[in-house]
Design a protein around this ligand. Structure first.
Ligand code: IMP
Ligand code: MG
Length: 187
């Protein structure tokens, strides 16, 4: 990997490599294949952050799943949660009686997913499972059960593999800690 590349210059350090991600995604795919044997779940991608993880994950699952996409906003360009969750784009199909799997990039305060879990329970989904690539348990502000998480990470702002800062760095193949100099002006 060329760590002198444009995007890597803005990182403090690499936290999770593409090889570690690929292995974790494969293992998670096997677990979900097992869990949903005989079922036809709907996998919901929480855009945009989960997009890269989602497209890799669904290809590791051997089940007749369907996909749907949702856009929620909670952050804007800031690195701190506003605590406000808004559905900007909703699902295309109803989920009544369906096993719903919410796929997120990262659980931070937990506010986004605890809100969405309530939304899907109200819509009478048969079950709602939470899958996340990353979890920052130290930052949790609400009680939330995360069913599957690939990596627990420390309290640092990370980018790459779909995660952004101000819409940038989503195309970084690894996950890295953004150098604080990049967002220092904002604080
Ligand atoms: P929560 O509602 O506080 O759990 O926020 C979850 C959302 O915040 C995620 O889906 C991300 O979009 C964003 N987020 C939280 N931490 C980070 C981070 O370290 N890097 C990039 N986005 C983050
Ligand atoms: Mg997100």
């Amino acid at each position: 990997m060329n760590t002198n590349a444009v995007l890597y210059n803005d990182l403090d350090r690499i936290l999770v490599t593409r090889e570690e991600i690929a292995k974790a995604v494969r293992e998670l795919g096997e677990k979900l294949t097992e869990k949903f044997r005989g079922e036809s779940p709907v996998f919901v991608c929480i855009l945009k952050g989960a997009s890269v993880f989602f497209t890799d994950l669904i290809r590791e699952i051997d089940a007749p799943l369907t996909t749907d996409f949702m856009v929620v906003s909670s952050y804007g360009s800031s690195t701190k949660s506003t605590g406000v969750v808004k559905i900007v784009k909703d699902l295309d199909k109803p989920v009544v009686g369906k096993h719903v799997v919410l796929v997120e990039d990262i659980v931070d305060s937990g506010m986004t997913l605890s809100y969405l879990k309530r939304v899907f329970a109200n819509r009478e989904a048969a079950s709602v499972s939470i899958v996340t690539l990353l979890d920052k348990p130290a930052r949790r502000r609400v009680d939330l059960t995360v069913d599957y998480s690939c990596f627990n990470i420390p309290d640092a702002f990370v980018v790459g593999y779909g995660l952004d800062y101000d819409e940038k760095y989503r195309n970084l193949p690894d996950i890295g800690v953004l150098h604080p100099k990049i967002y220092a002006a904002e604080e």
